[in-house]
Design a binder for this molecule. Structure first.
Ligand code: ADP
Length: 328
């Protein structure tokens, strides 16, 4: 990668949307303009780059969006960008406008695309971790996680009220195909009995034993939280298994689904999105390329994109222990 002075930058949101992406777009656009750069919004992630759906952004283009969920630039998954021919088209569309730097707001898939694109066409790329799953190593926070987890907590608290009134066990499924952070955080914060996540093998017989034992002690058990990607299956599978073993137990299932992706971002998500967006542009200006901007121990932290796509955050075993102890 040659070090060159950027003059025109593009910003896009890619992969799964997450609340706070708009705050990040706003920060990139306004910091770019502050530094005298031309800023372009690329619509629908890499699809807009391939299909030449690119618009000039002004400071006013990002007015009144900091509090809005979703992404004004829209997002998508682009199969064409997975192929060299698609990426070449994307490069041609950038070059004809003179766009010489990119900020990509997305998850690890989007970072992988950015890394490959940048190596092939010598375009400086900076990633911002925008994902509700928080499954990217090199940052304590990802844009959208805090909002998603707070939405889950609010919903689970409501389910707990009804579960408690009827002495029912509710199995609540939260998002997380490959990552259990939403389940783990929301489960601890709502006092769940058990939390099932893809990163840990699920022992259903242990769950049955613990439910039986608690029934004997007359301990009311209300909530089990399951990440959708748990290897045993989702909430429906677990419920069917528990009912087959403990037919007298009243079990209900609640799948939270896409409400976890939407809504106005929390203060935390707006703040990290604003800080990260600002630093993404600073990086491009300083000639620091092909990394993603994270926050570790409340300090900006920069991880090369190729490392980001190799490493995943690890679940802290102590947290799993806390779940067990507090559920006794
Ligand atoms: P996320 O960024 O949320 O993890 P995806 O994994 O779906 O979402 O990736 C988003 C997009 O990034 C894909 O649709 C594709 O266009 C691009 N991408 C992902 N992996 C690659 C790859 N290996 N090569 C090129 N582009 C990729």
């Amino acid at each position: 990668m040659t070090s060159k002075k950027v003059k025109k930058i593009g910003v896009l949101t890619s992969g799964g949307d997450s609340p706070g992406m708009n705050a990040a777009i706003r920060a990139v656009v306004r910091t770019g303009i502050y530094h005298g750069l031309e800023v372009y919004g690329i619509m629908r992630g890499y699809s807009g780059m391939v299909e030449d759906d690119i618009i000039r952004m002004e400071g006013r283009s990002v007015a009144n969006i900091i509090q809005r969920g979703g992404t004004i630039l829209k997002t998508s998954r682009s199969d064409e960008f997975m192929e060299y021919e698609g990426r070449k088209k994307a490069y041609e569309n950038l070059s004809k406008r003179g766009i010489d730097g990119l900020v990509i707001i997305g998850g690890d898939g989007s970072f992988r695309g950015a890394q490959i694109f940048s190596n092939e066409f010598d375009i400086p790329c900076i990633g911002l971790p925008g994902t509700i799953d928080k499954d990217i190593a090199g940052t304590d926070f990802t844009i959208g996680f805090d909002t998603a987890v707070n939405t889950a907590v609010e919903a689970i608290d409501k389910v707990r009220d009804t579960a408690d009134s009827h002495n029912r066990l509710f199995i609540i499924e939260v998002m997380g195909r490959d990552a259990g952070y939403i389940a783990l955080h929301s489960g601890i914060a709502t006092g769940a009995e058990n939390i099932l996540i893809p990163e840990r093998k699920t022992n259903v017989n242990d769950i049955i034993l613990s439910l039986e034992e608690k029934e004997k002690r007359k301990k009311l058990v209300n909530l089990i939280i399951v990440a959708e990607g748990d290897e045993f299956g989702g909430a429906n599978e677990l419920s069917a298994y528990i009912k087959s073993k403990l037919p007298n137990l009243e079990v209900r299932v609640c799948i939270l689904g896409h409400i976890q992706r939407g809504g106005s971002p929390t203060c935390m998500d707006r703040l990290i999105a604003s800080r990260m967006g600002y630093h993404a542009v600073e990086c491009l200006i300083e000639g620091r390329y092909n990394l993603f901007v994270g926050i570790l121990n409340n300090k900006m932290h920069y991880t090369p994109l190729d490392e980001a796509v190799k490493k995943k955050q690890r679940i802290n075993d102590e947290w799993m222990k806390i779940v067990k102890i507090l559920a006794t």
